[in-house]
Structures are given as C-alpha cells and as structure tokens.
Design a protein around this ligand. Structure first.
Ligand code: HEM
Ligand SMILES: *[C@@H]1O[C@H](CO)[C@@H](O)[C@H](O)[C@H]1NC(C)=O
Ligand SMILES: *[C@@H]1O[C@H](CO)[C@@H](O)[C@H](O)[C@H]1NC(C)=O
Ligand SMILES: *[C@@H]1O[C@H](CO)[C@@H](O)[C@H](O)[C@H]1NC(C)=O
Ligand SMILES: *[C@@H]1O[C@H](CO)[C@@H](O)[C@H](O)[C@H]1NC(C)=O
Length: 351
C-alpha cells in the first residue's frame, strides 16, 4: 500500500463516520495547525503505520497512554514528563509503573514533527492525534481529531493514583471515576471498548482465576472454558508479569468483540465484566447495542474519544509547547527571551 492509498483509506473512514461534531470544545480545532504544520497528519500517520507493522500491539498502547494522560489533570502530556529533581513522574504511579508503553514512540513522532515545524506542535496534541490514527490503523473508525492543546508545566503522581480506575472496581466505582472527569455511563461503556485489543498482565486477573474476593474460588461471572484457558496462561503463583490478550479472537483489532465477549462471560478484567454482569445495571443494554452493531459502537467510540480528548485542555497561552516531551522547557534566560521575541516578530511579518 502506498501512502496515498493510506490517506485515501483514512479519508474514506472519515467520510463514513462523518457528520460527527468537529469538536465539542470551542477552543480546539481539527485544522489548528493547517498553516503552522500542514504536514503534521502525514508525518504521524507514516511513522505509526511503519511501527504498527512490526509492533502490532503499539496502537493499543498509544490509545491507553492517551487515556492515562487525559484522566490526570487533563490531556496535557503530563504523563510524558519523566522523573527529575522537580517532577514526581506520573509514570511511577501504580497504574502506570512497568505498564505504560509508547512514550518513546511519541518522542520519535515529536522529533520528526519538530524537524518539519519547529516549536509549533504540542506533545499533548501529538499524543491525541496518535491515538486517533492508532484507531484507523487497527480497523477502527477515523475522525477529525480536534487540536490546539498545550503542554503542562507539571505532573501529578497522586492524581494518577487516585483518578485512574482499577481492574477490581465495581460498576459504582467505575461510574464515579468517569463522572469525576465529566464522562457519563455511555462514555464508560464506549471507551471500555478499547479493551478489545492490547494485553493485560496476569497480576491483574489472578484473583479472579483462583481466589475471587477471598472466596477461595474463581469469579463466577467467568466462562468456565475461558477460565481454564486463562489459568493455563496465568498459573497460580506464576509470573504476574506474563501477558494475556484482552480479546482472544482478534487480539490486535479495534472491533466490537469486547462487547460480544462480555455477553458470553469472557471479559478479561473484573471491571470489564461488571458492565454486563452487574444485576439490573443500566450498562447492559448499551453493551448489547454495541455488541449487535459495530457502526453503533464506532460512532459512540468516536464521540467519547473526542470528549475524553477535551478534558482539562490547556489552550491559548497557558502551559507551553515542549521542546522534548519528557521534560518541561528550561526557563528562558534573557537571551532566550530576546530570541523568542525576534521569532515572534518573524511570524508576524510573514503573515
Ligand atoms: C474503565 C476502566 C478501566 C480500567 C479498570 C482499566 C484497566 C486496565 C488494566 C489493568 C490494563 C492492563 C495493564 C497492564 O497489564 O499493565 C489495561 C490495559 C489497556 N487499557 Fe484499560 N482500563 C480502563 C479503561 C480504559 C480506557 C478508557 C481505555 C482507552 C480508551 C483503555 C485502554 C486500554 C488498552 C488499549 C490496554 C492495553 C494496552 C497495551 O497492550 O499496551 N482502558 N487497562
Ligand atoms: C523517559 O522515561 C521513559 C521511561 O519511563 C524512557 O523510556 C524515556 O527514554 C525517557 N526519556 C528520556 C529522554 O530519557
Ligand atoms: C494533585 O492531585 C491531587 C488529587 O487530585 C490534588 O489533591 C492535588 O491538589 C494535586 N496537586 C497539585 C500540585 O495540583
Ligand atoms: C463497590 O465498591 C465500594 C468500595 O469497595 C463499596 O462501598 C460498594 O458497596 C460497592 N458497590 C456495589 C454495588 O457492590
Ligand atoms: C484466599 O485469599 C485469602 C486472603 O488473602 C486467604 O486468607 C485464603 O487463604 C485464600 N484462599 C485460597 C484457597 O487461596
């Protein structure tokens, strides 16, 4: 496939799922970089396409990285900040440690984007755009990703520990974690659909397999055949860092299988199965409607991804455009400030 037909594929998806809101946040705009970095989409697409050929899991990892960014002080690339003398990194929070993937992919994208359009495009936007393109690359929907975010000057490890939902959460806790971010129950069900690809480590499911809620028995909401498969992959007292596929049938595709799996008691995490197996839950009918029709799932997924991408964004002159995604820019000395002012004048005169 040449890059033109790839772009054609992207456009086709956008047309199919068109008519969606360009942005529910007036400050963000899919064409934010149309003048300052027109090559942005093609640069990000090309690099991610190449990586996804050899690392089929990476698109899933990027979508999760974006989620873990947005739920902690908004989509501001705070998750990308490495530990330094002044930054307590979110990467070392419990939901992220030994678990996040894709940080260096975002660094590679940033390097390529900086080469083409220096000092224009934020890391937060590169991560959000990369998440959108990761959907297209794995058979999911495409959409015009609203852009114009800026990068944070801080990270918050405490918030990462508090805000990110855990795999043993019940439905009440899941709904609260999403409501705290301004996301509703349909968003919860639609975004959980991202657990249709990627992997989870055994340590997050062993209690379900052997000793659910200290009952000494497996989780009764787990299909018995699937239980045996998982027990083989995650033996009792085995390596908790072994990984299993979220979706046993199409492990690297963004499709509606997650919901069909829930219907037959094959949700991997307890928090996944809760959406379907909590008695009387209002999430059951949503799961059923997504399981029945992939287009309905895709439309809701797009809508909720855009909503999630709008959480707590920094715009205007808040935050900064980082030069390197893992570090806050050095404070401008007077000389740097003078250079920035000169560059600013350049820009004005070139308009
Ligand atoms: C609803 C609450 C959620 C919980 C409790 C949860 C929990 C988890 C856990 C425990 C893992 C495995 C991590 C590991 O093994 O190191 C995981 C992986 C993953 N999560 Fe979630 N998650 C949730 C929501 C989401 C959302 C909203 C998204 C994105 C829209 C998402 C996308 C993913 C993806 C794609 C993976 C696989 C990543 C990879 O293979 O690198 N999750 N999640
Ligand atoms: C930042 O930390 C991540 C691991 O958390 C690492 O992969 C990356 O290379 C680091 N970045 C730099 C510039 O050292
Ligand atoms: C970090 O997040 C916690 C929990 O949300 C919050 O209480 C705290 O004020 C935040 N810290 C900073 C410096 O923003
Ligand atoms: C969900 O978990 C919370 C915290 O453990 C608990 O207080 C609550 O009763 C649980 N809700 C249900 C419906 O089980
Ligand atoms: C299940 O876990 C509880 C609490 O950790 C423990 O006391 C109990 O012995 C375990 N049961 C089995 C069968 O492993």
């Amino acid at each position: 496939m040449n890059s033109l037909s790839l772009i054609a594929t992207t456009l086709c998806c956008i047309v199919v799922f068109g008519g969606l809101p360009f942005s529910s946040n007036a400050q963000l705009d899919p064409f934010f970089y149309i003048k300052t970095c027109p090559q942005l989409h093609s640069i990000v697409y090309k690099i991610l396409f190449d990586i996804s050929r050899t690392d089929t899991r990476m698109p899933a990892s990027i979508i999760r990285l974006h989620f873990h960014d947005c739920f902690v002080q908004g989509c501001d690339a705070s998750v990308l900040l490495n530990k330094t003398s002044t930054v307590v990194s979110e990467q070392d929070a419990f939901p992220n440690i030994n678990s996040l993937r894709g940080i260096n992919v975002i660094n590679d994208l940033k390097t390529a984007v900086e080469k083409a359009c220096p000092n224009k495009v934020s890391c937060a936007d590169i991560l959000t755009l990369a998440a959108g393109i990761s959907s297209v690359l794995t058979g999911g929907p495409g959409w015009w990703v609203p852009l114009g975010r800026r990068d944070s000057l801080t990270a918050n490890q405490t918030a990462a520990n508090i805000n990110l939902p855990g795999p043993n959460f019940n439905l009440t806790q899941l709904k609260k974690a999403f409501a705290d971010q301004g996301l509703n129950t349909v968003d919860l069900v639609a975004l959980s659909g991202a657990h249709t690809f990627g992997r989870a480590r055994c340590l997050f499911i062993v209690d379900r397999l052997y000793n659910f809620s200290n009952t000494g028995k497996p989780d009764p909401t787990l299909d018995t055949t699937y239980l045996k498969e998982l027990q083989t992959q995650c033996p009792r007292n085995g390596d908790g860092n072994n990984r299993v596929n979220f979706d046993p049938t199409t492990p690297d595709k963004l499709d509606k299988n997650f919901y069909n799996n829930l219907q037959v008691k094959k949700g991997l995490l307890q928090s996944d199965q809760e959406l379907f197996s909590t008695p009387g839950a209002d999430t059951i009918s949503t799961v059923n409607s997504f399981a029945a029709n992939q287009n309905v799932f895709f439309q809701n997924f797009v809508n909720s991804m855009i909503k999630m991408g709008n959480i707590g964004v920094l715009t205007g002159n808040k935050g900064e455009i980082r030069k390197q995604c893992n570090f806050v820019n050095k404070k401008s000395s007077e000389l740097d400030l003078a250079i920035e002012l000169l560059e600013g004048e350049d820009m004005v005169s070139s308009i």
